[in-house]
Write a protein that binds this ligand. Sequence first.
Ligand code: CAO
Length: 417
Amino acid sequence: MTKIKISVPDMGDFKDVEIIEVLVKDGQTINKNDSLITLESDKSSVEVPSTHSGKIEKVNVSVGDKVNKGDTILTLDSTESTKEVKKEVKMVEKESKKVKVPQKIASPIISAPEVPRSGKSSASPKVRKFARELGADISAVQGTQRLGRVSEDDVKNFVRSQVTVSGGKVEKKKYVEEYSHEEFGEIQIKDIPRVKKLSGPHLVRSWTEIPHVTQHEEIDITEMEQFRSSLYDYYSGEKIKVTPLAFIAKALVSALKEFPNFNASIDMHSSKIIYKKYFHIGFAVDTPHGLMVPKLRNAEQLSIQEIGEELKEISKLCRELKIDKKEFFGGSMTISSLGGIGGTFFTPIINPPEVAILGVGKSFDRLVKVKGKIVSRKILPISLSYDHRIIDGAEGARFCVYLSECLGKDFAFKLAV
Ligand code: CAO
């Protein structure tokens, strides 16, 4: 056993550097490279690692001490042989020369070289703790110190760049326009409607947390449309109006039965998938108050005509603000239909905790060549967005193909109308 002293390394121009942490104590067994103390100057903080393994006889420093190069940090009963220690001393000496930290090492007094921590962000335990307390991810903080080391100020600046404090409340940083709007002309300022205020954070969470993939598809609904426009009441002879959305909702129920991954939710905390045995189809309703997404409950038990009637009834309740809050929850999958307005493809945002949403555009006529003849076909554009964590591309494509079949020329068999 060799008794050695480990002392403060060369710190360049720094004098009287404060010890902000003592990471070891008397009697402790330590390994080579274990951190002993943290030094902090006004410019940086750094951990001083041990150059040897052994049992600490006595720690000579305390928090708050101001130290200089060569001051003894501790004495150690080294478990290494005298020969090894001498060899080690020579190596330390060589390394120190390499990094241009001049040190006069007289065995067995050894100066510990300053070694910044490896890894993405190098920071002292104190700075790491400080970042943790503020909820900041230290790996995201850009270190401004030597070798990119992160200081407390770096953490503070990082947090400042992420949040604002207003009225004692910490909020995520607001983007401030460089020029105010009125500098460019007349403006009017209104409150954001309550429904939009409520749905905003939900949409942001979905867009930022769920890896969305949107698959577009054109469905030939010519036969379905001929059937739909030919519906009439048997007794009164009056035309029956059923929205294409009712057919689409029915087809969606069938697809959900075929592809249970789409009628699911994921719980990332417990790493579980929740498969739903019910078919509650959400549908986006455009109201003067903002977008609402009520559910059409147990859609698998309803006929297409009944679905059409319920859609009308539920959207009326939404527009009159008479809908129960609970009706916005507990869905299987949502349809966002813009078909009554116009447009073709878009990228609908998933309505969590659901994992997919079907966007529907306005159907249009297309001239196509069939058996040498030019004929007009009715095409329905759809856009399916799904959560790529649970649904892969092949399944997304199969889902679209299946929907095409349900609404295509054999729709009557597929939907059993
Ligand atoms: N292609 C062509 N025409 C369509 C169509 C489609 N995909 N879907 C509906 N139509 C037709 C209907 O048949 C109806 O025609 P008639 O007046 O001749 O009967 C007309 O468009 C109006 O339909 P509608 O949109 O009022 O009714 P709907 O039952 O189809 O839809 C509802 C109900 C609640 C979905 C709709 O009123 C609505 O609010 N749509 C907007 C949804 C929305 O905002 N989505 C975006 C969410 S993301 O911001």
